[in-house]
Design a protein around this ligand. Structure first.
Ligand SMILES: *[C@@H]1O[C@H](CO)[C@@H](O)[C@H](O)[C@H]1NC(C)=O
Ligand SMILES: *[C@@H]1O[C@H](CO)[C@@H](O)[C@H](O)[C@H]1NC(C)=O
Ligand SMILES: *[C@@H]1O[C@H](CO)[C@@H](O)[C@H](O)[C@H]1NC(C)=O
Length: 158
């Protein structure tokens, strides 16, 4: 019981504390679209912009941006869509019909900050999975594993 409370409170702290976990995630939707959630909040009282890019074999390609002077790669222009999400406090990119055939790092930049998510070839996580949460919080994963080993509390399903 004490353990359950302990773990629940960790989850709670993680969920309610902004910036506790990096919440930029990359996952695959049921319709096979790739979704990149970029949790970098726009700043008040200034013109905000975003830039999404991917790096494959050390080559960085801008796939969507509304930064003045930056043009996205032609290939990606009409297969990407970006929306601004209040709930995410940032931007969400969708990439349609684009198979990931190589190790790919997804990068998003906004408000002078940047975030990277590395996706190994063939290891894209479905957006519905709980593991998506763990992707944004790798140290939490380690903690859960540690507790699992030491206390045999955490259900194997995790
Ligand atoms: C870029 O898009 C965001 C979200 O739609 C918008 O708030 C921002 O003003 C845009 N920035 C520029 C420079 O167009
Ligand atoms: C992108 O453009 C090509 C040709 O310009 C078109 O055939 C294709 O349907 C477009 N894709 C999307 C997702 O709009
Ligand atoms: C892809 O990434 C994995 C994990 O980092 C690595 O083991 C593998 O060699 C990489 N493959 C290529 C083709 O770079």
């Amino acid at each position: 019981m004490t353990n359950t409370l302990f773990i629940s409170s960790i989850f709670l702290v993680v969920l309610v504390t902004p910036g506790f976990c990096q919440t930029t995630t990359v996952c695959k939707e049921e319709d096979e679209d790739i979704r990149v959630d970029c949790n970098i909040p726009p700043k008040a009282n200034q013109i905000n912009s975003y830039e999404f890019s991917i790096t494959v074999r050390n080559k960085e390609t801008v796939i969507n941006s509304n930064v003045t002077g930056i043009t996205a790669d032609q290939t990606f222009k009409n297969i990407t869509r970006v929306e601004s999400l209040d709930s995410l406090k940032g931007y969400r990119l969708r990439l349609s019909n684009y198979p990931i055939t190589d190790n790919t790092t997804f990068i998003c930049k906004a408000s002078g900050k940047g975030a990277n998510v590395f996706v190994e070839k063939g290891k894209m996580i479905p957006c519905s999975a709980i593991s998506l949460f763990l992707q944004s919080c790798p140290w939490l994963w380690s903690l859960l594993l540690f507790l699992h080993v030491t206390q045999s509390w955490v259900p194997c399903a995790l």
